[in-house]
Design a protein around this ligand. Structure first.
Ligand code: SAM
Length: 436
């Protein structure tokens, strides 16, 4: 989401006559996009501002601004904590050029934490996209779930879904520009619920999101991925849509957070272990092999050794293709910040490492099971390790490395997998394209 916001900010800035440079040493304005999901990310921002200010040559006035979640949450207080000129909230991205204009005219402590304008544009110029082959498309902003640990409802406000007609138009445009893959993104994509039907009329489905998936699949975009899905709103019709449309990719990210019903209740997730497992059952018994990834928080306040064992068992049972593990981080203003944090930092680390070990074992097996199989891979860029290798993702969202020249970048290739590590696959390109 932050990458997508940065792309939009850059689009607006360039349209207003700014140039983007690659080094902060050349910049007259430095904007830092921030994340506040965990405390560490938030602390880094202030260190970064200090580094930028101390690297500045004397006599040159450089404007420094914070945008994103830290800006939205901390507001005015940022001016006391750090030498910044602008604080730009999460819904003010489109107003950045005018805010900068005010700062350049000498106004001090420019701040905008207001809501989006009704006519805000979601347009992103292809020049600013993070990749010429893969594009992020926000379909829903904000969050209404209020999980007790999570800051997002406060930093990004309530859920707002974009009209389907607008999303489909953007996908079609990206297709004509040669993009091969789009990611429909949002805090909870499957809670998608636009105020108007426009764009969904011709597509059936049990939920607005599964109808949107079918509408986007009908554009003919070669590869469509979506993240993140929220377990409570995960309708089995999503799996049906994936079974019907091969361009909807075979990967689902479904964060569970804990395997203990007691902790799930304290987390206010709105799902039990068995609700979650019934969704997994539908995914695992699909006609297509669907890759599955998840998020888990260890050391939530009150998490006992038994609760943690329940999480370990669930992770083993789900046999995830990938798992993001987080140590619980207390976020001011969330309900869980008032719970007594009973798990010591050392215990959180121990649980993190044990879960990581269990996941690594399962993941190694899964990754090795791909050896000898052929995957469809989008060649995204040259590998950072070697100039003669390319790297990209499979439809099941695995990183795949293989020998190839940069003329193949942007092509979808068949790659025979010959080796596997814990987090990536290695292979050789088959000659389908050259033959065809
Ligand atoms: N909306 C998605 C959901 O709730 O299923 C996830 C969005 S969140 C930005 C990404 C992940 O960060 C979460 O799934 C959770 O595992 C982790 N996270 C969020 N708040 C956290 C906290 N206070 N401490 C540690 N991890 C946290």
């Amino acid at each position: 989401m932050n990458v997508a916001d940065t792309e939009r900010a850059a689009t607006g800035l360039r349209e207003s006559g700014y140039d983007l440079c690659t080094s902060e040493a050349d910049a007259d304005v430095v904007l830092i996009n921030t994340c506040s999901v965990r405390e560490k990310a938030e602390q880094k921002v202030f260190t970064r501002v200090g580094e930028i200010r101390s690297a500045q040559s004397t006599g040159r006035r450089v404007l420094v601004g914070l945008m994103g979640c830290v800006a939205q949450l901390e507001g005015e207080t940022i001016f006391e904590r750090a030498p910044v000129d602008l604080v730009i909230g999460t819904r003010a991205t489109d107003r950045i050029p005018s805010l900068l204009g005010r700062a350049q005219e000498g106004e001090r402590k420019v701040i905008d934490l207001a809501e989006r304008d009704l006519n805000d544009s979601w347009d992103v110029s292809p020049v600013e996209r993070h990749s010429p082959h893969v594009a992020f498309i926000p379909i829903i902003e904000g969050c209404n779930k209020f999980c007790s640990f999570c800051i997002v409802p406060y930093s990004r406000g309530r859920e707002r879904s974009r009209p389907a007609s607008e999303i489909v138009k953007e996908v079609k445009r990206l297709r004509t520009l040669g993009y091969k893959e789009v990611h429909l993104i949002g805090q909870n994509v499957n809670s998608y619920r636009p105020r108007i039907e426009h764009g969904l009329e011709d597509f059936r489905g049990a939920t607005p999101f599964s109808r949107l998936l079918r509408a986007v699949a009908a554009t003919g975009m070669p590869r469509i991925k979506f993240t993140t899905s929220f377990p409570r709103d995960f309708h089995q019709d999503i799996v049906a849509a994936l079974e019907e449309n091969s361009n909807l990719c075979d990967w689902i990210h479904l964060p569970v957070q804990s395997g203990s019903d007691r902790i799930l209740k304290l987390m206010r997730r709105g799902h039990t272990r068995s609700d979650y497992l019934s969704r997994i059952e539908r995914i695992k018994t699909s006609k297509r092999r669907l890759a599955l990834t998840s998020d888990v928080i260890v050391g939530f306040p009150g998490e006992t050794e038994q609760d943690f064992r329940d999480t370990l068992r669930l992770v083993e049972e789900c046999s995830y293709d990938g798992l993001y593990i987080f140590k619980y981080s207390q976020r001011r203003g969330t309900p869980a910040a008032n719970f007594t944090d009973t798990v010591s930092e050392a215990e959180k680390t121990a649980r993190f490492l044990e879960l990581e070990r269990v996941q690594r074992q399962a993941q190694e097996k899964i990754y090795h099971s791909y050896v000898g199989r052929t995957l469809s891979v989008l060649a995204e860029r040259q590998s950072s390790r070697s100039q003669s290798d390319l790297t990209g993702h499979s439809t099941c969202h695995k990183v795949v490395n293989f020998p190839g020249h940069n003329g193949l970048e942007g092509e979808i290739l068949d790659v025979l997998i010959t080796d596997a590590k814990t987090n990536s696959l290695y292979g050789t390109k088959l000659d389908r394209l050259e033959v065809g």
